[in-house]
Design a protein around this ligand. Structure first.
Ligand SMILES: [Ca+2]
Ligand SMILES: [Ca+2]
Length: 188
C-alpha cells in the first residue's frame, strides 16, 4: 500500500511529467530548439557554399555576380565539403557575389557564413544588403576562415546578401573573397 505522502508526490510527478513529455515532442519545442520543420534552413541552393544540410555541389547555385565579378566554385581551400565559392574582382570597385533569399517581411533572421580573403586584396567585406531595416557593414580582413554572424530584421520578402571582393572603390582587379558554409535561418 502506498503511503499518503508518497502517493501525493507520485501524483504531482505524473501531473508535471506528462505535460512536459508532450511539450518535448511538440512542434513548438522543436522549433525553439532549431529542430525539424520548425526552423528550416533557407539557404537551400545546391552550391559550393554548402549549407548545414550538406547540400553541396560543384557550382555557384543562385549566387550571382555583381558589377561583372567572376564567381566560381573553387576546390582550392573549402571550409566545409569539397568546394568553396570564390568571387574575383574585375576592376577593384564594388565587385561582389550576391544571393536573394525569400523571407517573411518584418521578421528577424540570422545569417552566418565563413569567409576569408583570397590570394589578393585588402578591401574585402560586406554591406549594402537590401530587404533589411539596417544592413550589416563589416570587413573580411583575414586570410584564415572566420565565422561571421549577422542578425537582421527584414522589411521585404527578399533578403539580398552581398559579399564583396572589393567592398569599396579602393581595391584592384584580381582581389578575391572566398565564402563557405552559408546559413540563413529565422530567429524564433
Ligand atoms: Ca563547401
Ligand atoms: Ca566594379
Amino acid at each position: 500500500m502506498v503511503q499518503p505522502l508518497k502517493g501525493k508526490i507520485l501524483a504531482i510527478l505524473i501531473l508535471v511529467l506528462i505535460p512536459l513529455t508532450c511539450w518535448a515532442f511538440s512542434p513548438a519545442f522543436h522549433g525553439m530548439m532549431g529542430m525539424g520543420s520548425g526552423n528550416p534552413e533557407l539557404h537551400t541552393t545546391a552550391a559550393a557554399t554548402t549549407d548545414p544540410n550538406g547540400n553541396e555541389v560543384n557550382g555557384t547555385g543562385n549566387w550571382t555576380n555583381g558589377n561583372n565579378t567572376t564567381v566560381i566554385s573553387s576546390i582550392e581551400d573549402p571550409y566545409a565539403g569539397n568546394y568553396a565559392l570564390k568571387a574575383v574582382s574585375n576592376d577593384g570597385s564594388y565587385d561582389r557575389t550576391e544571393i536573394s533569399i525569400t523571407v517573411v517581411s518584418g521578421k528577424s533572421y540570422r545569417v552566418t557564413f565563413y569567409a576569408k580573403r583570397g590570394s589578393q586584396g585588402t578591401h574585402q567585406g560586406y554591406n549594402q544588403w537590401t530587404g533589411v531595416v539596417v544592413s550589416p557593414n563589416n570587413t573580411i580582413d583575414s586570410t584564415n576562415y572566420t565565422l561571421y554572424s549577422e542578425d537582421v530584421t527584414t522589411n521585404s520578402t527578399t533578403l539580398l546578401i552581398r559579399i564583396y571582393a572589393s567592398v569599396d572603390n579602393g581595391g584592384a582587379a584580381g582581389d578575391e573573397v572566398i565564402i563557405d558554409n552559408v546559413s540563413v535561418k529565422k530567429i524564433i
